[in-house]
Design a protein around this ligand. Sequence first.
Ligand code: ADP
Ligand code: ASP
Ligand code: MG
Length: 474
Amino acid sequence: MIVMKFGGTSLKNAEMFRQSARIVLDEPREKIVVVSAMAGVTDQLVALIEKAKNGEDYSSAMAQLEKLHIDLIGDLFVKNDGELWEARASVESIFAGMKGKLGDIENSQPAYSSLRPFPFLSDSVLARGEELSSIIFSAVLRDLKNDFEKSIFISSAQIKTDENFGEAEIDLVATKHQLADLSGRLSQGVIPVVPGFIGTTVHGDVTTLGRNGSDYTAAALASIFGAAELQIWKDVDGVMQTDPKIVPKAKVLAEISYEEAMEMTYFGAKILHPKSVLPAIENKIPIRIKNTYRPKAIGTLISSEAKSADGLVKIITTISGLALINVVGRGMLGVSGIAARVFGATAKAGVNVMMISQASSEHSICFVVRQTDAEKAVQAMNQEFEMELQRHLLEKVDASGCLAIIAIVGDGMKGFPGTAAKFTSALAKAKVNIIAMAQGSSERNISILISSDETAKAVKSVYQTFFSKRKEKK
Ligand code: ADP
Ligand code: ASP
Ligand code: MG
């Protein structure tokens, strides 16, 4: 069997829903389908939650979102009243439920919120996007196949997660147990449609898996069922040398290794979600990125078989929305264990460190975190080094924001000299200031911290250096 995941970019409108459903029906193998919310819907849900939280009026934004789905259904089931009315009833009931949840967010008293932390409340709203698209997608499959029996809709209650609301982990064992009877049904030709990105705890509370988490749902299902392939359908021909929105002439990579995919996703390539690759890698499941708009194009294969030429840089990725935390002072000098304390404290605060760098003078240590975690990271440092700060052994802990990492990735970079020099001179040529630099111990990536607003300029220049020049020399 295979798992086929369709992202928001494949579900933009009625025609794309039909196109994605046709791709599913043309696939002869047994399959499970995973869908994201329609493009932009999760962002709109995030905005609704913000409005509710701030006591602003969210009713017209919610009505607009409901209309988007009602119109979609109207376009999809022009000649199928049965599906039309059933889907319409589901959409209306989902929006009625959502209204109640937004009301809870709006009215949540401090005492209630401490019993039920905010992500608990927001997850039950965020989950609605995938709930809607999965219900509609299964109806489209039934409509196109003219077969009411075959396609089934799996509720998210069957994807079991821990209680880390907003960033939950899938419990593979519990989910496998929950889905035990599904293999038999697949062999009878059933096509389950699973909403990505959402799950439930053992207590039945709704969780979400973190933004872009539908890939993670798909990879978890692929690993549970030992899939022969995990297909991820998007609006691009595959993994490209860099984001085609910045460099339109970027080429598609026919294959990349699991290691390259991991490095690439860690440094933000929007095309894959970091967590998603793990369950697939652990089970050596090949991942194929395909284009819903051009299903015949071969796509990119991510597997353990991918080869790489010496020195070859394959991908340029960027991640923005970062902040640099600086811990400065002579107290750092020669004191072993400072770095361990820094990372112990950030880990305890639940802050993910993206990159570290320590000056050779050992006078300061700096590390990069997501901008949204910056305040937490500074607090954690102030707490951890309270005594040193009081005694002026450390001068200060500060944070600077609006930063981005640009990284180059490739298996062939390992043990191949000169790549870093080329990378930095490409940035110098574009007059992009280097704030900090790090090479992963895998030697498969070099990452450089720059100002966010210089990202596009940086990517274009690095692309020119590593990809365009090579072509000119031929
Ligand atoms: P979906 O939500 O449908 O899964 P995403 O929007 O998450 O799709 O990912 C697709 C987008 O990723 C593309 O439209 C493209 O702009 C962007 N992207 C960023 N880096 C790359 C890359 N290296 N190769 C291909 N696409 C990339
Ligand atoms: N809809 C969710 C998001 O936009 C999950 C996903 O699309 O993968 O983050
Ligand atoms: Mg997405």
